[in-house]
Design a binder for this molecule. Structure first.
Ligand code: AMP
Ligand code: MN
Ligand code: MN
Ligand code: MN
Length: 277
């Protein structure tokens, strides 16, 4: 039997609920042998994850999930097997940290204009030392009674095309791919089904992604429709992209997700983890 692999997970360093140590322990409990920690725009959880991985006898694949913008669409690019200490990665996280801080202030201003003052301050407190993101705003909106649930917060104020969906701070696709390549990593398109793009638009994106140095695409991830996996495999083959797979696990509270859990890959594909496992 092949080892259990999860190449997409989050910790408290970004919008996950577990410390890196807790995440690694959970992964070990699920029988995961190879785990990539891929927090949004930060490598801050990787050192603790590495220590825990050694203790639990699993292999850590250092990663990051970088935010970028392409033709007005907010896109996530995973950097797998990066060197977090490489100057290019240090530049990446410094740039993104500032982008997130500035964006958070603007999200707060937008919400204040909609007669919801003080959300920025609460979101900052909730984020603590984590890189601040929209999920922290969603929790603040729930706590302050402006919405009934985090889902509701995204549907009304934070999700695509809503007031708090501000993407202008993100660097270009070329920039994020360059950071990953320079840091020795593999740039992988995260969750291609989550951008509300038609197949035609996705193909246009992949052309630009490959031209800029992109090397992989997540074929299977928590939440993807198993019926689409075959088409995603075909597309990856067509564009010469390696296949990746991961849960995008954030929190045990999201009980429909689990570390190491995603639909089985289908079709023919070239695994991105070949050579690592
Ligand atoms: P950010 O990186 O700050 O733009 O926030 C994006 C994150 O918000 C994603 O990685 C998800 O964890 C979360 N998210 C996005 N859309 C939704 C949604 N509709 N409901 C709940 N969480 C969401
Ligand atoms: Mn997230
Ligand atoms: Mn993502
Ligand atoms: Mn993710």
């Amino acid at each position: 039997m092949s080892p259990k692999i999860d190449l997409h997970t989050h910790t408290l360093a970004s919008d996950g609920a577990l410390t890196p140590g807790q995440l690694v322990e959970r992964a070990a409990g699920q029988g995961v042998a190879y785990l990539a920690v891929t927090d949004h725009d930060t490598c801050a959880g990787l050192a603790e994850a590495e220590t825990a991985a050694a203790a639990f006898g699993i292999t850590l694949i250092p990663g990051i999930e970088l935010s970028t913008i392409w033709k007005g669409v907010g896109i996530h690019v995973l950097g797998l097997m990066i060197d977090p200490e490489h100057p290019a990665m240090l530049e990446a996280v410094a740039f993104q940290s500032r982008a997130r801080a500035e964006r958070a202030v603007q999200i707060g201003e937008k919400l204040a204009k909609l007669k919801m003052p003080g959300v920025y301050e609460r979101a900052r407190q909730i984020a603590g030392r984590a890189e601040i993101g929209r999920p922290h705003f969603a929790r603040a909106l729930v706590e302050m009674g402006y919405v009934d649930s985090e889902q509701d917060a995204f549907a009304r104020f934070l999700g695509a095309r809503k007031a708090g969906d501000i993407k202008t701070h993100w660097p270009t696709l070329e920039t994020v791919i360059r950071w990953v390549l320079d840091a020795g990593g593999v740039p992988v398109l995260a969750h291609p089904g989550k951008y509300d793009m038609t197949w035609t638009k996705l193909r246009a994106f992949l052309k630009d992604f490959v031209a800029a140095g992109g090397q992989g695409m997540e074929i299977s991830y928590g939440g993807e429709n198993p019926d689409r996996l075959l088409e995603l495999s075909r597309m990856a083959q067509k564009y010469g992209l390696k296949a990746s797979a991961g849960s995008d696990f954030h929190s045990p509270r999201m009980h429909w997700t689990e570390v190491g859990k995603y639909p089985p890959l289908r079709g023919e594909y070239q695994p991105v983890w070949q050579g690592w496992v």
